[in-house]
Ligand binder design. Sequence first.
Ligand code: CA
Length: 220
Amino acid sequence: MRILVIEDEPRILGFLKVGLEAEGFAVDPAEDGVTGLALALCEPYELVVLDLQLPRLDGLRVLDELHRGRPELPVLILSARSDLPTKLRSFQLGANDYLSKPFSFDELVARVRVQLRHGGGDDASTVRVGALVLDLTRRQARVEDHVTDLSDREFRLLYHLVAHAGEVVSRERLLSEVWGYSFDPGSNVVDVCVRRLRKRLGPGSPIETVRHAGYRLAVA
Ligand code: CA
């Protein structure tokens, strides 16, 4: 379980790192908003603990960007600001939880565990078809040892193929079910997304092209 802690006060950052590691989590520290956001967008964290008053990029901006880039990643705000407007703004921007400083470490750990429980680690939230494992809560796909995060569209596309594994699914049907189009806008939007998805899934991608018909998820 990897957690990113974005916090500019060295004393609190050190305390959180040591404390969370003692609880069995792997913790990466970031001391400013820019570094934190960059890490959060590219590393496979399961949770971010985010301070709000940060150098270089304010915590609310980090939250906003993060929620756009990785909406599935839970964010727990840990801030000295305890006023209601800031809290409400945080939730509006996608925060999953909010804890004011000073805080109890035990309460923080309890809240972290609640978020991680929501976020996965539960086998009921995964679907396996052949070599593919789709994690529905983390929106991740695994083919053999290759794990990848999926965008919202990629996830919905793959989910649809998984739900109809072994069947040929036409482009028209995908356009309708995944994109919500009742007509073909004349673009190759489905093919482009499938190509990107295959690339993400790696060489073991189970998505097959059925000529003049559509796509099929291989079941073995
Ligand atoms: Ca701060």
